[in-house]
Design a protein around this ligand. Structure first.
Ligand code: CMP
Length: 145
């Protein structure tokens, strides 16, 4: 199945957006939709609502609303797991030790400012794509029939 997932280039990596979009395309993804947005703290809280109550939540909201981000709807066979693999572990510092070739190791800043986001499941991809691209269809597309 060709899946769609949501990728975010976060504020700390925005200056590398063109380079990152090139890597995304060279890795076989199609970029179907793209938006540059500057979230308000309220919108960032809403997007990351599942982390509400965690110790890092207030600083996550401050980080994600500190500057513009680029949100991308990308598609590829098994896009959700493949994009997560390409970006690597959440914590940039650990990623540099264990997965030095992953995108967070290369473009991330620290344990919180990790340059990139990827939906972690089909249901979060649906929700997250709708959040930024409310008009898009997110059901998987059958191939080779
Ligand atoms: P992301 O994959 O976008 O999803 C939640 C974000 O919260 C994560 O990337 C990091 O930016 C941040 N985050 C997750 N865990 C921690 C943590 N333990 N400390 C600080 N920030 C975190």
């Amino acid at each position: 199945y060709v899946e769609r997932t949501l990728a975010i280039i976060k504020p700390d990596a925005l200056h590398k957006a063109e380079e990152i979009e090139d890597i995304i395309q060279r890795s076989g993804f199609a970029i179907l939709q793209k938006r540059r947005v500057h979230l308000t703290p309220e919108q960032a809280s809403d997007f990351y609502a599942e982390h509400y109550g965690k110790l890092f939540f207030p600083s996550l909201v401050a980080y994600m609303s500190s500057g513009p981000i680029i949100t991308l709807m990308i598609a590829k066979d098994k896009a959700i797991s493949y994009w997560r693999e390409l970006i690597g572990p959440t914590n940039t510092i650990k990623a540099r030790q264990t997965h030095p070739e992953c995108l967070r190791a290369i473009y991330g800043t620290d344990d919180q400012r990790n340059a990139l986001h990827g939906s972690d499941s089909f249901s979060s991809a649906q929700r997250e794509i709708r959040f930024f691209f409310p008009d898009c269809i997110v059901e998987p597309v059958a191939t080779g029939q």
